[in-house]
Design a protein around this ligand. Structure first.
Ligand SMILES: Cc1cc2nc3c(=O)[nH]c(=O)nc-3n(C[C@H](O)[C@H](O)[C@H](O)COP(=O)(O)OP(=O)(O)OC[C@H]3O[C@@H](n4cnc5c(N)ncnc54)[C@H](O)[C@@H]3O)c2cc1C
Length: 381
């Protein structure tokens, strides 16, 4: 890890890494193989206080800051990117979002359950017909007395199958485009709610991803997060932080791939010498290191800027674009260093290669990140 983080942050990372290696190291391959997230992991993460980082103690959290949460995510990624992805969806997308935008009553009601691991949280914005065009969602929420009735579906929801709580975005004024979206707290399961399917992924296996359906699902009016028709503001309030956070997942994948390749290159001999002695392998190791080093700078800077509360859409998008694309190259070269063994499931390097592939797709694609950067450079909105 890092020589950039303050000393207590360094300790957070090292403690989390030791915890993750001990607790999840022996089962990480099995989680991937079975595509099953062992439910007791939430309790183990909560017992270390990891589910409450960045959430004040008055809401059941463990205090600390977003950087510490990101460092825990980086440490979890080094062992199991799938666990880190579910952790990020629960804490960063769901709990931190509620903390920033929820009412006092919502925070007191829901955050303690999320921080203790009693409830698993998720966030639902993406739909079958609305991914990159997130403001084009079709799910509706119609006011009916003291409730809204939800109708529609949500796609690719991390932790969706089995979640107890969801922050959900729906159209309350479909004619008003992005000015007609509202955010809701939804307790699950609920009447009219179903998991249409658990999705079968090539990577991040174990982190459950689902398509969810709502048919006249009632949500009390007091569960509106922020103001009615102001969901766009809720989305925007967290985007830079969320992108900065996910840089640490990409960084963790790169770091672990480099570490695995470095160790293997010194163990594996061909032509009577360790393959690390060949300059073409040394070049790969040097390029991997350079990618890790520069990704770390970008991730920390993006988190520092977004924690300072400054608008940093260009910087956060650039950092995630960079760290996630670098991690593809690092993983590719790490598999290459392993040769045929890199293509075998008995070596974990292929798992990081598959898991890390999500980095240029989830939380906004590389293409969308480039558009955000270019628009800002050109002074467009
Ligand atoms: C494993 C996983 C977990 C996820 N978790 C969550 C979650 O918890 N909650 C949630 O709400 N969502 C989640 N997502 C959804 C994720 O954010 C979307 O997949 C992502 O935003 C892309 O949307 P899409 O898949 O519909 O692709 P599309 O938007 O259909 O894009 C297809 C291709 O077209 C490109 N493209 C689209 N628009 C443009 C444009 N204007 N210019 C140039 N190129 C363009 C894209 O970059 C991409 O290459 C998850 C996705 C995955 C795969």
């Amino acid at each position: 890890m890092t020589t950039l983080a303050a000393e207590d942050h360094q300790l957070v990372f090292e403690t989390a890494l030791a915890f993750a290696r001990k607790e999840f190291g022996p089962i990480a391959d099995q989680i991937d193989e079975d595509d099953a997230f062992p439910p007791d992991i939430w309790k183990r993460l909560a017992s270390e206080g990891y589910l409450g980082i960045g959430v004040p103690e008055q809401y059941g959290g463990s205090g600390g800051d977003y950087m510490q949460a990101a460092l825990v995510c980086e440490a979890l990624t080094r062992v199991s990117p799938a666990i880190a992805l579910s952790y990020g969806a629960h804490l960063n997308l769901c709990a931190h979002n509620l903390l920033r935008n929820g009412t006092e009553e919502q925070k007191r009601k829901y955050l303690p359950k999320l921080c203790s691991g009693e409830w698993v949280g998720c966030l639902g914005i993406t739909e079958p017909n609305a991914g990159s065009d997130a403001m084009g969602i079709e799910c509706t929420a119609r006011l009916d007395g003291d409730h809204y009735l939800l109708n529609g579906s949500k796609m690719f929801v991390t932790n969706g199958p089995g979640a107890d709580f969801m922050l959900l975005y729906a159209k309350t004024d479909p004619a008003a485009g992005k000015r007609g979206i509202t955010t809701f707290c939804v307790e699950l399961p609920a009447p009219g709610f179903s998991v249409s399917r658990k999705l079968d992924k090539v990577g991040m296996r174990g982190s459950p991803t689902g398509e969810l359906a709502f048919h006249d699902t009632p949500v009390p009016v007091e569960n509106v997060v922020g103001e009615v028709n102001q969901g766009f503001k809720v989305v925007m309030s967290g985007l830079d932080l969320e992108r900065a956070f996910y840089c640490f997942l990409a960084l963790g994948c790169s770091e672990e791939c480099m570490a695995l390749a470095l160790a293997y290159s010194q163990e594996r001999s061909q032509f009577g010498q360790p393959i690390a002695g060949f300059q073409l392998i040394q070049a790969k190791l040097a390029d991997m290191y350079t990618g890790v080093f520069t990704s770390r700078l970008a991730a920390h800077e993006a988190m520092r800027l977004s924690m300072a509360g400054k608008r940093c859409s260009k910087e956060a998008a650039a950092a995630l674009l960079y760290t996630s694309e670098v991690s593809q190259k690092v993983a590719y070269e790490a598999v290459q260093v392993f040769g045929g063994y890199g293509f075998m499931k008995e070596y974990p390097v292929q798992r990081f290669w598959r898991d890390g592939r999500l980095g240029t797709i989830g939380a906004g694609t590389s293409e969308i990140r480039r558009l955000i950067i270019a628009r800002e450079l050109l002074g467009q909105r």
